[in-house]
Design a protein around this ligand. Structure first.
Ligand SMILES: C[S@@+](CC[C@H](N)C(=O)[O-])C[C@H]1O[C@@H](n2cnc3c(N)ncnc32)[C@H](O)[C@@H]1O
Length: 367
């Protein structure tokens, strides 16, 4: 595992962890980042901590890691372990774990010592768009805000590996919605942001894609403004444009279309909560990009067909864009819903409808 050279001088060691047993001790914010990064690197991760965030519980319940809800015990936790990450959020406890590892000849990583910074007179909130999931698509400004944070209020569909770079004292509040599980109401998220900032902390709201595109960022900004909390925004790489791009779909390819419409399909056409005019959308001549529309795709396709969009209009659904398990299902407006259902693709996914969904770079003449 390579340390980021930007973090400072020192020895940078690369350790192959694919298939190896790795133990993360503690449940600090940095621990969550290490867990994500180690999983991405193919390690078999065990977490030892009395309390963990919802993200860890979710991973454990899905069998993607092992969680022991107890304190670290060298006799139980070190045999067969290639690497230990001690990230309890308490330097003294991390030091004890590291000492036991050294005694057992096991590699141990501890977070960098905290840099003491003056606490700002007033706290602040930074709304950081995290991009579609790949840590490489988090902006430099977003990473800098995370490193400076005292508190990170995070969603689940963000590049959690980026949390490795948090200051050791930083607290992570996981408000991510677990599928079929609990969700933190937006008013409670707003309250958390304001409360931590008024206590003088630097708060980052870490949100998938861009905070202002179906991201409730406007509501969070308004709540902070109402409480007099200084707020700034770090825009994120939105899945609406990035996910099609990652599948090679140029959403406004010159000569094919002069625009793109981004629509939320979280409720179907005809539903009293839907404010989308699908008949107008079908006649708009723009590429249609649908978010939150896996379950509603059959109804949306039917509405667009009924409004006159040709059956052979190219369509593509891209799931888990930017992640190693990204999948693309291609078809036409007539059969995309059926193909998506048959493929077993699950959210998160973006569907593109329009000529650009059939874009083939090998058949385009160079300018
Ligand atoms: C609540 S919206 C948030 C959008 C986000 N603010 C953005 O700008 O990307 C969630 C939807 O974004 C899309 N999405 C987010 N990440 C994605 C990914 N990695 N791959 C495919 N779709 C994604 C899916 O349509 C998902 O249902």
């Amino acid at each position: 595992m390579a340390d980021d050279p930007a973090q400072g001088s020192g020895y940078h060691v690369t350790l192959t962890v694919a298939g190896a047993a790795v133990t993360v001790v503690g449940a600090s914010g940095a621990a969550l980042g290490h867990i994500a990064a180690l999983r991405d690197a193919g390690a078999r991760v065990t977490v030892v901590a009395t309390e963990v965030t919802a993200a860890v519980v979710d991973l454990a319940e899905r069998g993607l890691l092992t969680w022991h809800a107890r304190d670290f015990d060298a006799d139980l936790d070190l045999p067969g372990t290639r690497l230990v990450v001690a990230a309890t959020g308490d330097a003294a406890r991390d030091g004890c774990v590291a000492a036991r590892c050294q005694a057992h000849d096991v590699w141990c990583v501890t977070p960098a010592p905290a840099v003491t910074r003056p606490r700002p007179a007033r706290g602040e909130v930074t709304l950081v768009g995290a991009g579609p999931g790949d840590p490489g698509l988090l902006t430099l400004a977003g990473r800098a805000a995370l490193r400076a944070a005292d508190v990170v209020v995070t969603d689940r569909l963000v590049p959690l590996a980026a949390l490795r770079e948090l200051a050791p004292h930083a607290e992570v509040v996981d408000v991510g919605k677990v599928p079929r599980g609990r969700a933190t109401p937006q008013h409670e998220i707003n309250r958390l942001l304001v409360e931590h900032a008024l206590a003088g902390r630097r708060v980052v709201r870490f949100k998938g894609g861009d905070s202002f595109l179906f991201g409730r960022g406007g509501e969070e900004l308004a709540a902070c403004a109402a409480a007099g909390v200084p707020t700034s925004v770090v825009p994120g790489v939105s899945s609406a444009l990035a996910v099609p791009a990652l599948a090679g779909i140029p959403v406004t390819h010159r000569g094919l279309t002069q625009g793109v419409s981004v629509v939320s399909g979280h409720v179907p056409p005809g539903d009293e909560r839907s404010s989308v005019n699908y008949a107008a959308l079908a006649r708009s001549g723009t590429t249609i990009v649908l978010l939150m529309a896996v379950a509603t795709l059959p109804d949306i396709a039917r509405a667009l067909l009924a409004a006159g969009l040709p059956t052979d209009t190219p369509a593509a659904t891209v799931a888990d864009g930017s992640l190693t398990h990204q999948r693309v299902v291609r078809g036409t407006l007539a059969d995309i819903a059926e193909r998506v259902a048959a493929s077993g693709v699950k959210p998160p996914a973006v569907t593109v409808i329009g000529a650009v969904a059939g874009f083939d770079p090998t058949s385009v003449d160079a300018p």
